[in-house]
Design a protein around this ligand. Structure first.
Ligand SMILES: *[C@@H]1O[C@H](CO)[C@@H](O)[C@H](O)[C@H]1NC(C)=O
Ligand SMILES: *[C@@H]1O[C@H](CO)[C@@H](O)[C@H](O)[C@H]1NC(C)=O
Ligand SMILES: *[C@@H]1O[C@H](CO)[C@@H](O)[C@H](O)[C@H]1NC(C)=O
Length: 203
């Protein structure tokens, strides 16, 4: 009896409940969500004089990384972004590397930057958007993460996701909402389901 009493640090019902909820949340095992929030291709902006834009061999992007877990942090290893042009096959046109970082629970991080491109036939692409067609780019993300749980880190997990990004003659992505990068490659452009409710996805 005496031993039981001295060992009991958390014996009340509310305290136990809190402990269980905290432990439950700490077992969450979600990889971060990745989104293309913005994507701007100056060379395809038909409102800018084309002599000025032929020199614009870059794409502006805003990548959003979202840790959806309530209690666990995410440790990112180096992340590689590969940008491609066209579909099946798509031509790699640029690479961008993000250094490793740590992200606390329920945090969102943005990386806004430009990636230099090479090998794009901007004349063809520009002609396409000029007549109202859309041009498709692809963004692939490859990295590794560890999830922080209690006081230790999980095994290394691969984070490999990507998405097609349609761009029109404004130079901006057609889809106004953020585009979620997903695992597995979609074969061809298709009508995407609205992703409004899918903020939490488990792997
Ligand atoms: C584009 O540049 C050309 C030559 O530099 C100029 O004649 C033309 O007026 C410009 N057009 C626009 C829309 O700025
Ligand atoms: C627009 O241009 C693209 C590429 O130049 C071409 O493939 C497409 O057929 C054109 N579409 C229209 C409606 O003219
Ligand atoms: C990222 O790119 C570097 C250099 O190309 C490569 O060594 C590394 O394995 C890549 N990382 C991933 C997760 O693909």
């Amino acid at each position: 009896m005496r031993g039981e009493n001295t060992l009991c640090l958390c014996c009340s019902i509310p305290c136990l409940l809190t402990l269980f909820i905290w432990m439950g949340l700490s077992l969450q095992n979600y990889k971060p969500n990745c989104y293309i929030e913005d994507f701007y291709v100056p060379a395809l902006n038909k409102h800018i004089n084309s002599t000025a834009t032929t020199a614009a061999n870059f794409i502006f992007f805003d990548l959003k990384l979202q840790n959806v877990m309530e209690e666990n942090g995410v440790l990112y290893d180096t992340i590689n972004l590969t940008f491609s042009y066209g579909l099946n096959p798509s031509l790699p046109i640029g690479k961008y590397t993000l250094p490793g970082s740590y992200q606390g629970h329920k945090k969102t991080a943005h990386r806004r930057d430009v990636v230099l491109t090479h090998g794009v036939n901007w004349d063809d692409a520009f002609a396409a958007v000029l007549n109202g067609s859309k041009v498709v780019f692809r963004v692939d993300l490859a990295g590794k993460v560890k999830l922080k749980r209690f006081f230790s880190y999980s095994r290394t997990k691969a984070l490999v996701v990507g998405a097609d990004v349609e761009v029109d003659g404004s130079g901006n992505k057609v889809r106004r909402k953020a585009i979620k990068l997903k695992s597995g490659r979609s074969g061809k452009p298709k009508l995407q389901l609205e992703a409004g409710g899918s903020f939490i996805s488990s792997f």
